[in-house]
Design a protein around this ligand. Structure first.
Ligand code: NAI
Ligand code: MG
Length: 337
């Protein structure tokens, strides 16, 4: 059976890495058909809005989207499209794997294999209640944490541990200082953890977590945390294993899920055909897992690793002389071997 997904080719390097990714998926025969929809700068130019209703309808109908980076124009009146998508579809779980890959100039070419599960809909990050006093001297922000929001993200993390055979969930917080908000998150996490006696649960304060991640990242398995901490920690984790060119992310809700690369539209290299397609390919692998095709997902990840190991057609950010499409073709040939 063919499943239709919404494909957003995006801005900057977006179309280049999406073409490369679809080339690999097509070669692998994963049984997907694509409904293309616009968002971002390209949508603003073509349809007069950043997030057209037709795009929303497409995602609502197909429930799965593969999305390239979008450029959010700088200036008044433009809020982040990514934040908007998360809000409109209640994509509460932001799932970001960070895994050591060979030949990536990374600090940890082996030993790191962790997933950050970030709450995606509440906390300071969403910028609720932002005010600046008339004299410009005092700024305020509301930080809302709910039991419901905390419970569903922690449950997601523990269920993910079970599903993927992982053994440990680390709850990252700052409840010693932020007693009400982070305190409620931690208290709820402890309650949920009791329902998963088969999974080890430990707690770590966020600043210590950052130090531990840099010194001994191999101790982490799944990290679950609130929105802003998760934003920062997941980028830190991407940095441990070779940077943004290799970091995928999934935004998962009950009714829809959007899979993407963590990096942006990279205007500095757009149009040159040299962008690294790996982050979006790894996002596509997360999508295949989500669609119940774990064998294909594993095959795709293994093909990426083998291509990195062979230093076959690597893009310049990885020190190679390949380009986006030659790299993708090298991956595709291994994925179908
Ligand atoms: P960026 O991630 O686009 O670029 C940062 C640096 O990393 C640049 O030097 C770029 O060339 C490099 N880079 C990024 N992806 C790469 C890839 N696949 N291969 C090789 N090199 C790569 O971040 P920046 O410059 O801060 O943002 C540019 C635009 O992207 C902004 O308009 C921003 O709003 C948007 N953005 C969109 C995101 C999304 O849609 N998920 C996420 C982050 C930023
Ligand atoms: Mg971020």
């Amino acid at each position: 059976m063919t499943q239709t997904i919404t494909v957003i080719r995006g801005d900057g390097i977006g179309p280049e890495i999406m073409d490369a990714t679809l080339h690999v998926l097509d070669a692998m025969n994963v049984g997907l058909s694509y409904e293309f929809a616009d968002a971002g700068l390209v949508a603003l130019e073509k349809h007069g809005e950043l997030l057209p209703a037709a795009t929303m309808d497409s995602i609502r109908k197909n429930r799965i989207a593969l999305k390239s980076p979008l450029t959010t124009p700088v200036g008044e009146g433009f809020s982040s499209i990514n934040v908007e998508l998360r809000k409109r579809f209640d994509l509460y779980a932001n799932v970001r794997p960070a895994k050591s890959f060979p030949n990536t100039k990374s600090r940890f070419p082996s030993g790191v294999d962790l997933i950050t599960v970030r709450e995606n809909t509440e906390g300071a990050y969403i910028g609720e209640g932002q005010t600046l006093s008339e004299d410009g001297e005092t700024a305020m922000l509301t930080q809302k944490i709910t039991r419901r929001g905390s419970e569903r993200i922690v449950r997601y993390a523990f269920d993910l541990a079970r599903k993927t055979g992982r053994k440990k969930v680390t709850v990252v917080h700052k409840a010693n200082i932020l007693k009400s908000t982070s305190g409620l998150f931690l208290k709820t996490a402890r309650e949920v953890a009791q329902q998963y006696p088969d999974i080890q649960c430990n707690e770590m304060i966020v600043d210590n977590t950052c130090m531990q991640l840099v010194m001994r990242p191999e101790q982490f398995d799944i990290i679950v945390t609130t929105n802003l901490f998760g934003d920062i920690i997941s980028d830190l984790c991407a940095g441990l294993v070779g940077g943004l060119g290799l970091a995928p992310g999934a935004n998962i809700g009950t009714d829809a899920a959007i899979f993407e690369a963590v990096h942006g539209s990279a205007p500095d290299i757009a149009g040159k055909g040299i962008a690294n397609p790996c982050a979006l390919l790894l996002g596509a692998a997360q999508m295949l897992d989500h669609l119940g095709q774990p064998e294909k997902a594993t095959k795709l990840r293994e093909a990426i690793i083998a291509t990195l190991e062979a230093k076959d057609s690597l893009t310049p950010d990885l020190g190679g002389e390949g380009n986006t499409m030659s790299f993708a073709k090298a991956i595709a040939s291994r994925a179908i071997a």
